[in-house]
Design a protein around this ligand. Structure first.
Ligand code: DOR
Ligand code: ZN
Ligand code: ZN
Length: 424
């Protein structure tokens, strides 16, 4: 089976090259990159006017499977990922039951294999049932193939327990993905703690809720030598703390989500829970700091925190609705529109933050466009403009604050192991 992707501009963050070339794919691998391949291919994808980039890798997705299949399943989440240009997604463990043992890891991995759309990697919880009391069966989950541990959705508030988990992560050579939120300080908060939100009489979540745990986790990483990855950084001081930690040589990486660098709490139009997520939308200063942090390379990764919920659950107002918005099908366009077109990132940096760096952090042989490497690719048209319409989402979740927003950048095709799994 020969696949030819022709007339595109190849973006390879592996060596920083950008060149007009055709990409020939055989048996799931990139066979040849070069000018006009005269091969007779079984299938041709025309990439004229498009970038041919390494398939995006989303380190932060909630698939809700097992247990909440009304919100999303491995299948619908994989379809949404493919439509968003993602060829690998990393699923968080806050499902029902929690992914805290090898059986649930195997369940998700087997389901993903049946679906055969994108690569799905299931993370393991840090503590049993995410109750924060005792460690989950991390060793068995490592044997089952988890790429990382994470308590996402929650914070391991017991620092000693987290320290033990980090020590195990060092032993098994996997990163720790940290959701940073002091639960006691967060209290009943639902939006950012600022003037605008106070006016709307919503309980607030201060920056310190996030910052104190980021500082703590950095110190735990320093203490244990663990590779710490900070999920969904949203505050200006999170960027400063990560910068300091990196200067000290501590093994820390950081991620930001499209909603956090695109919207502020002032964009919340009223009591609309499609603007409710954790951490919350912050202020202009925070947004600016995230953009500068991305540009400066302090923030390594762009991930979605794709968190599908039903319209009924989201329809009850900000106070009572669950936290979270979907992101898989809007991420690439938002990165293009908000960061690349505004001069914060080059397309090469976009590929680094959406593919190359996640691959590195997770220890995957992916994230490059090079001969001999797995053909996980995305064909992305950076110029095409459109209006985001949730009714077009493949995800079961339509909960997005970006409905009606004009963006530039369309995923034209997604290729996994040499197979076209999505084509517009
Ligand atoms: O907004 C969020 N939604 N933040 C989280 O930490 C959890 C996630 C979810 O699972 O819905
Ligand atoms: Zn989280
Ligand atoms: Zn999350």
């Amino acid at each position: 089976m020969l696949l030819l992707i022709e007339n595109g501009t190849v973006i390879n963050p592996g060596d920083g090259t950008e060149l007009k070339a055709d990409v020939l794919v055989e048996d799931g691998k990139i066979k040849k990159i070069g000018p006009k391949q005269k091969m007779k291919a079984d299938r041709v994808v025309d990439a004229a006017g498009c970038y041919v980039m390494p398939g995006f890798i989303d380190m932060h997705v909630h698939l809700r499977d097992p247990g909440q299949e009304h919100k999303e399943t491995v299948e619908t989440g994989s379809q949404a990922a493919a439509r968003g240009g993602f060829t690998t997604i990393v699923a968080m463990p806050n499902t029902k039951p929690v992914v805290d043992n090898a059986d649930v890891v195997n369940y998700v991995h087997n389901k993903a294999k049946d679906v055969r759309r994108v690569h799905v990697l299931q993370t393991g919880a840090v503590t049993r049932g995410q109750r924060g009391e005792e460690l989950a069966d991390i060793e068995a989950m490592v044997e089952a193939g988890i790429p990382a541990i994470s308590e996402d959705g929650k914070t391991v508030m017991n620092a000693q327990l987290y320290r033990e988990a980090m020590t195990l992560a060092v032993k098994y050579d996997i990163p720790v993905l940290s959701h940073c939120e002091d639960v006691n300080m967060a209290g009943a908060g639902v939006v950012n703690a600022d003037k605008a939100m106070k006016k709307m009489k919503f309980a607030g979540i201060s920056n310190a809720v996030e910052d104190v745990i980021i500082a703590r986790d950095i110190m735990l990483a320093k203490d244990t030598g663990a590779a710490l990855h900070l999920c969904h950084c949203s505050t200006k001081d999170s960027v400063r703390l990560v910068e300091l930690a990196k200067q000290e040589g501590i093994r820390v990486t950081a991620e930001a989500c499209p909603h956090h660098f695109t919207l502020t709490s002032e964009d919340i139009p009223g009591d609309d829970a499609n603007y409710k997520m954790n951490p919350p939308l912050r202020t202009k200063e925070d947004v600016q700091a995230l953009k500068e942090g991305l540009k400066a390379g302090i923030i390594d990764v762009i991930a979605t925190d794709h968190a599908p919920h039903t319209a009924i659950e989201k329809g009850v107002g900000i106070k009572r609705a669950p936290f979270g918005i979907v992101g898989l099908e809007t991420a690439a366009a938002l990165v293009m529109t908000e960061l690349v077109n505004q001069g914060y990132l080059t397309v090469m940096q976009m590929a680094e933050k959406m593919s190359y760096n996640p691959a590195k952090i997770l220890g995957l042989d992916k994230g490059v466009v090079e001969e001999g490497k797995p053909a996980d690719l995305v064909v992305f048209d950076p110029k095409k403009q459109y209006v985001i319409d949730p009714s077009e989402f493949y995800s079961k979740g339509k909960n997005t604050p970006f409905a009606g927003r004009k963006v530039k950048g369309v995923v034209m095709a997604t290729i996994v192991d040499g197979k076209v799994v999505y084509e517009k």
